[in-house]
Design a protein around this ligand. Sequence first.
Ligand code: SF4
Length: 375
Amino acid sequence: MSGIYIHIPFCKQACHYCDFHFSTSINKKSELVNALVKELEFRKDEFKNQVVETIYFGGGTPSLLTIDELRLLIDTVYAHYNVVSNPEITLEANPDDLTNQQINKLANTPINRLSIGVQSFFEKDLKLMNRAHNAEEAKQCLEEATIRFDNISVDLIYGIPGLTNENWLKNIETALSFNIPHISSYALTVEPKTALETFIKKGIVDDVDEEQAQAQFYLLVEELEASGFVHYELSNFGKPGFFSKNNSAYWQGKPYLGIGPSAHSFNGNQRSWNVSNNSKYIKSIDKSILPSETETLTQMDKYNEYVMTGLRTIWGVSIQKVTNEFGDDFTKHLLNQSQLFINQQLLYIDNEILKVTQKGKFLSDGIASELFKVN
Ligand code: SF4
């Protein structure tokens, strides 16, 4: 069981908060798609013993690709990899690209899941973040997309400066009104060297407020759980049967192949990442050289990653698995370090599985780092 991630490094414009790898110039789009095809072809042996269950187009903005370009990439995967009969194929898409006509065309491809970057249904928030779409486009695309696709995820951002709890609840209710089965939601974070960081430093935009973010996170959890969603990962909520297979595999430590500039791959022991530069990527792939760096994970790295992802998900951290895979020293460390958080009712152990409590959810990354092993 494994997945293929394909990174499409183009966007119409730069969102002010974003630090992902993308270019706003699309004049190298065809060359890049050809390089993606070539990378898929020459890395096929890395995955010869794997069964591909998911294909994920992420970015950047994959919905900037034409239907023919998407088909070419999917066909290449099918031609060279062992794909299950009904894989989950996700396209990350922005509302301004999802016209009625485009949604209908996409529905006639093997793509069976859309992850739509709505972020907010309020014009003010969209402008502050410099999103390329407006609120009306977000609603219109959801109306059409829900007719043609069953499996849709909507991205929403909370903790936006000026976003009141009342408007945040309206955002959640608007998303729910389209009867979608999955929501991914993230706190707005101020990444270094982004426009948002500059605006905050210059006083043009208010700083993000941790307390506001925390309150909006708990409103989100409450609203979505009351509407039948399972909070299966810190930032992800799905109706039963609609958890993201791609992301769940990633959180459960399954192997994945990352294709394209800046894409990461994992084979169970090593993590590698391609160069985050479109021109360098294209030139190198043209010479059949994979422009990537690799690190081999130590037992300690694997334990730390397992604790981090485990605490973020409903699957938690299995104490038995820690003992079996890492040994008694790691288990002792885990239990000792957890005790303080168990006393504070931020963690609990259920059936030999360590999990965060409702109260500990928002703090799970910070708690996980306290359970890490550093030597
Ligand atoms: S569309 Fe997505 S990847 Fe592109 S700039 Fe905005 S947040 Fe970043």
